[in-house]
Structure formats: C-alpha cells, structure tokens
Ligand binder design. Structure first.
Ligand code: UT7
Length: 401
C-alpha cells in the first residue's frame, strides 16, 4: 500500500528523461556535384527528388564505433554524469563495427563504463526509436537507472557506389542521448513499434548470416555486402505509415497533435516529410529537417536532427516532441517525449566531472591494453612451464633407459 511506504520513492512511478545529447559527423563533405562525377546524376535531380544537397563521408580512420564514441562523450558532458553511472548502452546501427562483438561493447570499453550492459539494436532506420523504447522501458520498470542510446552509421561503407538511386541518399554520422530515471512525470511517454516482414526484400544488406555468402551475387540477384533498395516501394511504404504511426503515439501519450511542438522524423527524403505533413494536416514547419546537409544517416538521423533542433533553440522545457523512424524490415516506430531541462550545474563541479570523464576514457583504453599485455605474458609463461614440464618428463624417460 502506498501509505506503508510513505517517505520512500518506491511507489512513485518512474519516468525516463532525456538529460544529455550529442552528435558527431565526419568532416568530409560530399556534395551532389561530387556525386555527379561518380554516377550519372545531377544536383537538380537530387534536390528536387530528395531535398539532399550534401552528406558527410567517414575518413579511413573513422568508423561506426568512433563516431558513436564522440557523440556519446558529448551526451555524457551535457548530462554531466560519469561513464560509471551508465547501466545500459545500446547502439542502433545497420553498419556495426563487427557482427559481434557489439559496437556498443566497444564503446562501453572506450568510455570506461564498467557497470553497463551493452548491445546493438538492428532495426535499420527505425533503430533509434526501438532502442529508446528498450532503454526507457528498462528505466520505467526500475531494472536500470541510466542508459546511453546511440544511433551511429557509416552507410558509405555499404553503399553500392554504382547505383545512382541509392548512393545519392546516404551519409555517415552519429547521435546519442542519455536517459535517466526520475520521479518527475515526463520523458518518454509512449512508443509504437511495428514491422511488416513481408517487405523484407525491398530494403536489405545481404551480409554475413545464415545465407550462403560464397556467391557475390545472392540468389535474388542482390549484391552481397551492398545495400539493395527498391526506392519507390520504400517511398510508398513510408508515406503510408509515418502519419498513422505518429498519430497513434500521440494518442497513446494522451495528447493531440496540437500539443506536439516539434516532430523529429527519420531524415530519408523531404518528399516523405511533406507527405506526412499533408497526411497529418499540419504545417511542414513543425517537422525538424536537416537532411539537406547530412542526407539519410539511417539510425543516426533522428538523434542528429534532435541535437540540432536543441542547438537551434527549437526545443524548450516541457515541450512535447514526436520521433518517427521507418525503413528496412520493413519496420517503423514512433514515440512521444516530454522535454525536460537538465539540472543547472556549478562551473566548478562541471570542470571536475569533465576531468573525471576524461580519466575514465583514458583508463578505458589502458584497461584494454593491459588486458592484452596480460594475455601475452600468460601465454608466454604457460608455454615455458609447459616446455619445462615436457623437458622434465623427457629427463625422466632418459633416466629409465
Ligand atoms: O532510410 C530508409 C528509407 N528509405 C527511403 O525512404 C527511400 C525512399 N525512396 C525514395 O526516396 C525515392 O524513391 C528515391 C529518391 C530513391 C528515388 O526517387 P523516385 O522519384 O522514386 O525515382 P524513381 O526511382 O522512380 O526513378 C525515376 C527516374 C528513373 O528514370 P526513368 O526510368 O524514369 O528514365 C530513374 O532511373 O529517375 C531516375 N533516377 C535518377 N536520375 C538522376 C534514379 N536515380 C537518379 C539519380 N539521378 N540519382
């Protein structure tokens, strides 16, 4: 009974609030004109059909994990928490560093988040919304307190650069948020996740899996390790589900569309966003759009757009926001979030925390090097002691002669 626990917070509902955010994109910009040197296309067509003007492309030194790390470090700084406070790290990605270990485990080590569980979320361009749902539900059921949710992609590594209908769309980048438990109502209020696997083959990346990979060309004619997309089919699917899914998430949060200050959709194509605005009968200006500068960064597009919306002052305390992701699966999902302001912090405390975070990042790397060194010496010693034992056995056998 509530009265029996008066004074304790156990009976109070727990909410998952966004308390930190950060993004990272590669420096290299590829414009539409740059693309027209690679495939038969032009700036006018790309802008008219997609709204995209340029995208970022990862350098040789950058990867899904390094971009995720940078975005995560910024999110932790905004949240003003230490990596050791994290209980869960999820990286939503279609371009993981490895099939396993998870990219999240790599990031967990680099951060020095030694008390966090880590896993990757595979839900293509809807991955961030799916991961936010998993993390916020874990917080709401009190299984964890603090989670880091990252969307990170290096789409440039899986694009078929000879296919003009796909290579013009995608870009690289990462965005991250920190979610934390609070008894203050707000944070993630609702989420709607859906999938229609009957459309699995209209958007896919044939890769390492249970299918025969000896063939560069798969039985269905798609190239292994290269993304395949039936653009018009995905376009039709997206325009069908986006409005409906947002409406459902808004209703589930007990709100109406008028309450929603800003919709942060997956940044796939400006025409899809316009169609969603028409379907919802709202102004297009209520959608956050930054695809003109980054293209489609798959699972990273929503957190990157969210971070830029915050930076541009489009999001204020107590605003209601809606996120909507859609893509491969076919999978889609929407979510409503009530924005809360992070706690004010004293400058002195912030500097100290920043130093402790930097130490944690250094130790994370050191821990891995020490572990490797430890394994090396252990192997060497085992070899010597084994050799010693074999030698002693030989000596005994010699004595028998
Ligand atoms: O993040 C996952 C979700 N993905 C998406 O949401 C993508 C959804 N789909 C789309 O955004 C659009 O379907 C595309 C942008 C991929 C393609 O636009 P579209 O208006 O559907 O074009 P289309 O595929 O129907 O092609 C129309 C014409 C074709 O020429 P013909 O056959 O009419 O002569 C294409 O060959 O445009 C041609 N085309 C191009 N022309 C110049 C296709 N790509 C290009 C290009 N430059 N890059």
């Amino acid at each position: 009974m509530a009265t029996a626990n008066k004074g304790s917070s156990y009976n109070l509902a727990t909410y998952a609030h966004i308390i930190g955010w950060g993004m990272a994109v590669p420096e290299r910009i590829m414009t539409n004109d740059d693309l027209s040197a690679i495939v038969e296309t032009d700036d006018k067509w790309i802008i008219e059909r997609t709204g995209i003007r340029e995208r970022r492309i990862a350098s040789e030194k950058e990867s899904t994990a390094t971009l995720a790390l940078k975005a995560a470090q910024k999110a932790l700084a905004v949240a003003d928490i230490l990596p050791i406070e994290l209980d869960m790290i999820i990286v939503a990605t279609s371009t993981p560093e490895y099939i396993f270990p998870s990219t999240a485990s790599i990031v967990q080590n680099w951060l020095g988040a030694t008390k966090a569980g880590a896993f990757d979320m595979s839900a293509a361009c809807s991955g961030f919304v799916y991961a936010m749902n998993m993390a916020s539900q874990s917080i709401r059921t009190r299984s964890i307190q603090t989670a880091l949710v990252i969307g990170s992609e290096t789409m440039s590594r899986i694009i078929d650069w000879t296919d003009r209908s796909t290579c013009i769309l995608f870009g690289d980048g990462a965005g991250a948020v920190v979610l934390r438990a609070s008894t203050t109502p707000g944070g993630v209020l609702s989420s709607v996740l859906r999938s229609d696997g009957a459309g699995w083959d209209v958007l896919s990346l044939p890769s390492v899996g249970s299918r025969d990979l000896n063939n560069a060309i798969q039985p269905n004619g798609h190239k292994a390790f290269r993304m395949h997309m039936d653009g018009p089919e995905v376009f039709r699917f997206a325009t069908r589900v986006v409005g409906e899914s947002i409406s459902q998430a808004v209703a589930d949060a007990g709100l109406t569309l008028d309450d929603i200050k800003l919709i942060v959709p997956h940044q796939a194509n400006l025409r899809i966003i316009s169609a969603a605005a028409r379907a919802l009968k709202i102004e297009e200006s209520r959608f956050m759009v930054n695809l003109d500068r980054y293209g489609n960064t798959s699972a990273a597009s929503i957190p990157i757009a969210l971070v830029e919306a915050v930076q541009q002052g489009k999001v204020k305390e107590n605003d209601y926001l809606a996120f909507c992701g859609f893509g491969g699966g076919l999978a889609w999902g929407s979510m409503v979030v009530k924005w809360g302001a992070p706690k004010p912090k004293t400058e002195e405390r912030a500097i100290l925390k920043e130093q402790r975070r930097q130490l944690s990042y250094t130790l994370g790397d050191l821990r891995m090097r020490l572990r490797k060194l430890g394994r090396f010496w252990e192997n060497l010693l085992t070899r010597f002691t084994r050799r010693g034992r074999i030698q002693r056995l030989r000596d005994r056998v010699d004595k028998l002669d």
